[in-house]
Design a protein around this ligand. Structure first.
Ligand SMILES: CC(C)(COP(=O)(O)OP(=O)(O)OC[C@H]1O[C@@H](n2cnc3c(N)ncnc32)[C@H](O)[C@@H]1OP(=O)(O)O)[C@@H](O)C(=O)NCCC(=O)NCCS
Length: 381
């Protein structure tokens, strides 16, 4: 048996053509394209790239938009499910529950061909934001806002959530948030998706496995933790003391550290620039100033003094941006899932295309009991 590595750190578990990370140099590519270049595109273009392995030309992009904009609305029974659960469950649980419900009505549920999986993938990408927006509106006791076919994917989500068309910068920022969040090689939730797909379970179930895994605070839940931390600190003046206290009491600072990157996460740099832009547009530097102070203290104390590679990751400034977009903190992880869903779907389809059941081994470290006595006697002892 091969060597055991806790947390599977550094283990190559499979081959992929979807994304590439160089954790030493801070490089991230989706299908061979650098993230900094992809950040200049729209989310729809990146979705096309991930699902079809091709950046779309104008005609393909229009066709893609026309196909997805008309399937955003939910069926009546799924809306009832969201209404029924709304006060009792969190957004991520609502997303899992509603998607499980949607899967039951999907005409391709039990068809696992590449064509059927693309159809299901488009429906999942189009409908998931509607679930989260409806969940939040119902939760707030407001009327739901139906999808607007004139708006692109991300602006439509903000529109359904807030009931008004977002500004150009707000739309661009959410677009970028989705682009930067959508894919990241074999992170924990994508691994969960691939394990589920490798059993030849359906693509809805694979995505639901991903949502359950993303929820944890060491993964997508860190974004919510960053927003809560900013709220708790409350002002730029209190930041140094707060972070020093966390460091001295050996607490983890959310939005920092990464299993793969040994330098700054390249997505975090793009998010930092965006956070500054939106802070300036809103003429409110408070959250941005607090964030830069946190970054300064963590770098000084953990990187420079302790020599640990604990740099900001994707969740740090994205949490700051959500403060400016006035996104309720409880939606932070669910919105991450709305971006990540495309990466999960691309990975599930890649898994189906050349499948082998993912089934590693465990090293048994328990006792081996004597084989001499009968088991019935052992239980009486
Ligand atoms: C992401 C994360 C789980 C990766 O962890 P990992 O590869 O398993 O690294 P480890 O947990 O082994 O940590 C290595 C060391 O760095 C420290 N460390 C890691 N992340 C830290 C953080 N955010 N704040 C403070 N210390 C941290 C650990 O305490 C440990 O120190 P030690 O060697 O003195 O015990 C971890 O960095 C973390 O918990 N970050 C905060 C949550 C977060 O932002 N998650 C989103 C990831 S995109």
């Amino acid at each position: 048996m091969s060597k055991f590595k806790k947390g599977l750190e550094g283990i190559i578990a499979l081959e992929t053509e979807i994304s590439y990370i160089d954790g030493e140099k801070g490089i991230l590519e989706y299908r061979g394209h650098r993230i900094e270049k992809l950040a200049e595109l729209s989310y729809e273009e990146v979705v096309h790239l991930l699902l079809y392995d091709k950046l779309p030309n104008t005609e393909e992009l229009n066709e893609f938009f026309n196909k997805t904009k008309v399937i955003r609305e939910l069926d009546v029974r799924t809306k009832e499910v969201i209404h029924y659960h709304n006060f009792n469950i969190e957004a991520m649980d609502a997303l899992m529950t509603a998607l499980a419900h949607i899967s039951q009505g999907d005409p391709d549920l039990n068809v696992n061909t590449p064509e059927a999986n693309i159809r299901k993938a488009l429906r999942l990408i189009a409908k998931a934001p509607t679930i989260v927006a409806y969940y939040q509106r119902i939760h707030e006791g407001k009327e739901i806002v139906k999808p607007n076919e004139l708006l692109p994917h991300c602006s439509n989500f903000l529109y359904m959530l807030r009931g008004e068309v977002p500004t150009k910068l707000e739309s661009k920022i959410l677009d970028l948030d989705f682009i930067l969040s959508t894919e990241h090689e074999l992170n924990a939730s994508t691994f969960a998706v691939r394990v589920t797909a490798s059993t030849l379970s359906d693509i809805h179930s694979a995505v639901i496995s991903g949502i359950g895994t993303l929820k944890g605070v060491l993964h997508g839940g860190a974004r919510l933790a960053v927003m809560n931390m900013l709220d708790e600190i409350g002002s730029p003046k209190k930041t140094e003391e707060y972070i020093m206290n966390m460091i001295n009491t050996k607490q983890r600072i959310m939005g920092f550290g990464h299993r793969v990157y040994r330098v700054v996460d390249p997505r975090a740099n793009i998010f930092r620039d965006l956070a500054k832009k939106i802070a300036e547009e809103k003429k409110d530097m408070k959250w941005y100033d607090m964030a830069t102070k946190i970054e300064e203290v963590v770098t000084r104390e953990l990187v420079e003094k302790q020599g640990k590679p604990i740099y900001m990751n994707v969740d740090f400034y994205s949490g700051v941006i959500y403060k400016y977009l006035e996104i309720p903190p409880k939606l932070a992880t669910a919105i991450f899932a709305l971006g990540r869903i495309t990466g999960w779907l691309a990975h599930a389809m890649e898994q189906y295309s050349d499948n082998r059941l993912i089934r590693p081994r465990a090293k048994y470290i328990g006792e081996h009991h004597s084989q001499d006595k009968e088991i019935s006697k052992l239980t009486k002892d």
